[in-house]
Design a protein around this ligand. Structure first.
Ligand code: ARG
Length: 422
C-alpha cells in the first residue's frame, strides 16, 4: 500500500508551473515582489538581482503594521519567555542546548547564491505564518532577532556599515555574486557562533542554500565534531572549479569539505574569491565521515565522483524506496552517533507536488510523511543542536503552491523542533 502510494506520488506529473518571471510579478501572491527585473545570466545579472532584492526586502520588512498581533515583537530582538509546559523537557531532548532551552531565530534572507528573487522572503513568511508562537507552544524560549542585513550596500562597504562602498568587483569565473555571498556568509557564521556559545539553539531560516557556508562555519568553530544531515535533492558539493551554474547554493559542502587525499576544495585558494577571506586555510572544515545525505536525486558528474571517492554516507531516493525511510534514518543516525547534530533541510528534498515554490525542483522527492519522519526522528534522537531550512521561494509558484510550500516549511520546523504526534 505504502509502495503503491509512493509510486503514484512520484510517478504523477508535477503540478509545478514553471512560472516565467513576468508571470510571477503579475500574480497576486502574498509577496509583492517585482521579479521581472531579475533574470538572466548576462554580465549585469548581479546588478539586476540586487535591485530586485532591494524591492523584496522593502516590501516585506517587519513593521508594526504588518505583523499580526500574536507575532508582535517577531524579528525585533525580543526574547519571549512565556514557556508553556512541554513534554520536551521531560524527555531530555535537545541535550546540547542549555536549559531553559532557548531557540534563536536567525533570519538569513540570502538570495545571491541562486538566480531568483523571492528566496529571501522565507524568514518573514514563516514569521507571518506563526513561527514564534508555534515554537513557544512546543516549550521553547524564543529569541527572535532582526534578520541579518544582507543589503548589498552593507555587505559591500568596507566598514560593514554602509559607508564607503567598494566599487563593484568582477566575479571570478563560476562564482556568481561572489563578494555578496562571501560577506553574507561571514556575518552568518559570526551570528551562529555567538548563539551557540550562549548555549542557544540556532534556527537559521534562509534564504538559499548558500547560507550553509556561513551556518556550518559558525557551528564548526564551536563544535568541530558536529554531524551534518543534509536533506536535499542536490549534493551541493561543487566548487567554482566544478560548478556548471556558478551558483553558490550548489557549493556549500564543496567549499567546506576537507580530506587528506584531495577533497573538492583541497588547496582551494580562498583569496581568489572576494568576500571569502574568512574561510582561510585554517578555517573549520568538514570531514567526509561527519556528513550524511538524505533524499539525493540530482547529482552533478563531479559531485558523484567526490561522493564515491570520499565515501560520504549517502541515502538517495532510490535507497529510500528500497529500504524505507525508517531504516534509512536509523542508519543515518547510527553513522553520526555521539556527535551533536546539525540538520540542513532544503525544501526541494520534498516532492515538488507538495513543495512547488522552490528554485530547483526535481520530481520524485520525499512524501509528506517521509519528510516529517526525517524531522521527527532527528529531533527525537536528542542530539539535534542546530538546524536550518532553506530554498523556500514563494514567488516561484501560484498562490496556492506558495502557501503550501511555506506552510510545509513551517510544519517541518515544528517537527524537528520537537513536535511529536503523542
Ligand atoms: N541547494 C540547491 N537547491 N542546490 C541546487 C544545485 C544545483 C546544481 N547542482 C548546481 O550546482 O548549480
Amino acid at each position: 500500500m505504502t509502495a503503491l502510494r509512493r509510486l503514484v506520488l512520484r510517478g504523477a506529473n508535477s503540478t509545478r508551473q514553471p512560472i516565467s518571471r513576468s508571470a510571477a510579478a503579475g500574480s497576486t501572491f502574498l509577496l509583492p515582489v517585482r521579479s521581472t527585473i531579475c533574470a538572466g545570466r548576462s554580465d549585469n545579472s548581479t546588478l539586476l538581482h540586487q535591485t530586485a532584492w532591494y524591492s523584496c526586502t522593502t516590501t516585506t520588512s517587519m513593521s508594526s503594521s504588518n505583523i499580526p498581533k500574536d507575532h508582535a515583537g517577531a524579528g525585533t530582538g525580543n526574547v519571549h519567555d512565556q514557556m508553556l509546559p512541554s513534554s520536551m523537557h521531560d524527555k531530555e531532548l535537545f541535550r546540547y542546548t542549555k536549559y531553559p532551552r532557548t531557540v534563536s531565530i536567525i533570519g538569513a534572507p540570502m538570495t545571491y547564491g541562486q538566480p531568483y528573487v523571492g528566496t529571501g522572503t522565507g524568514p518573514n513568511m514563516l514569521r507571518e505564518k506563526g513561527l514564534r508562537p508555534k515554537l513557544t507552544k512546543l516549550g521553547w524560549r524564543v529569541e527572535d532577532m532582526p534578520d541579518l542585513d544582507f543589503d548589498p550596500k552593507t555587505l559591500l562597504s568596507s566598514d560593514g556599515k554602509g559607508n564607503t562602498i567598494i566599487s563593484s568587483q568582477r566575479d571570478p569565473p563560476n562564482a556568481k555574486n561572489c563578494a555578496l555571498v562571501g560577506r553574507g556568509s561571514s556575518l552568518l557564521a559570526d551570528a551562529v557562533e555567538s548563539k551557540l556559545r550562549k548555549g542557544f539553539f540556532p534556527l537559521i531560516v534562509g534564504g538559499d542554500h548558500s547560507i550553509g557556508i556561513g551556518s556550518l562555519t559558525g557551528i564548526l568553530r564551536v563544535r568541530p565534531d558536529t554531524g551534518i544531515i543534509w536533506v536535499d535533492a542536490h549534493a551541493d558539493l561543487n566548487t567554482p572549479h566544478t560548478s556548471s551554474s556558478g551558483n553558490f547554493h550548489g557549493m556549500p559542502l564543496g567549499l567546506l569539505m576537507n580530506h587528506p587525499d584531495n577533497g573538492p576544495a583541497k588547496n582551494f585558494d580562498f583569496s581568489t574569491l572576494p568576500g571569502f577571506e574568512f574561510l582561510d586555510q585554517q578555517g573549520p572544515r568538514i570531514s567526509p565521515e561527519q556528513l550524511v545525505y538524505v533524499g539525493l536525486r540530482d547529482v552533478d558528474p563531479a559531485e558523484r565522483i567526490w561522493i564515491q571517492r570520499l565515501g560520504i554516507k549517502t541515502f538517495t531516493m532510490t535507497d529510500i524506496d528500497h529500504l524505507g525511510i525508517g531504516r534509512v534514518m536509523d542508519e543515518a543516525l547510527a553513522h553520526l552517533k555521539g556527535r551533536p547534530l546539525h540538520l540542513s533541510y532544503d525544501i526541494d528534498s520534498v516532492d515538488p507536488m507538495l513543495a512547488p515554490a522552490t528554485g530547483t525542483t526535481v520530481r520524485g522527492g520525499l512524501t509528506y510523511r517521509e519528510a516529517h519522519f526525517v524531522a521527527e526522528f532527528v529531533a527525537q534522537s536528542g542530539d539535534l543542536a542546530s538546524a536550518e531550512i532553506v530554498e523556500v521561494n514563494p514567488s516561484l509558484s501560484s498562490d496556492d503552491g506558495a502557501n503550501e510550500t511555506v506552510e510545509l516549511g513551517l510544519q517541518l520546523i515544528t517537527s524537528f523542533m520537537g513536535k511529536s504526534i503523542i
